[in-house]
Design a protein around this ligand. Structure first.
Ligand SMILES: [Zn+2]
Ligand SMILES: [Zn+2]
Ligand SMILES: [Zn+2]
Length: 128
């Protein structure tokens, strides 16, 4: 069984999630007022990066690439869908998946945890 925490990205648990950016919606403010509960992430997203940034990749490593080099540990693994980099999640102290996004502008990661296949766009902060 998955714990409920496993169903949500650590980005959200740690409070970094700033709500959906409904850039394409003509009435983003009204949407927020009327439907506060839509702050809960929904599968439908406004991400426009998927077509350009999701490639057929294979994970480079079985663990976080940087943590393996440092001899460090991680909590969860995230796979970069643009280049196959494997990095550790935001619950990990090194946060290499996010660092990889900042270093490369590869915005989309997928959970590399067993039984999880959600994807996350760092730019839009939405699930895909
Ligand atoms: Zn996006
Ligand atoms: Zn790491
Ligand atoms: Zn990458």
């Amino acid at each position: 069984m998955l714990a409920w925490q496993d169903l949500f990205a650590p980005e959200i648990i740690s409070g970094k999630y700033s709500g959906r950016k409904d850039a394409n919606s003509p009435h983003p403010a009204r949407l927020c007022e009327n439907r506060a509960f839509t702050e809960v992430p929904m599968p439908a997203s406004v991400c426009t990066h998927a077509a350009e940034h999701i490639k057929k990749v294979k994970p480079h490593t079985k663990g976080c690439e940087e943590c393996l080099k440092m001899g460090d540990t991680w909590v969860h693994l995230r796979l970069c869908l643009e280049c196959g980099h494997v990095g550790c999640c935001d619950s990990s102290k090194n946060r290499h998946a996010r660092a990889h996004f900042h270093a490369t502008d590869h915005p989309i990661i997928q959970s590399a945890e067993r039984g999880e296949d959600w994807r996350w766009c760092y730019i839009d902060e939405v699930y895909l």
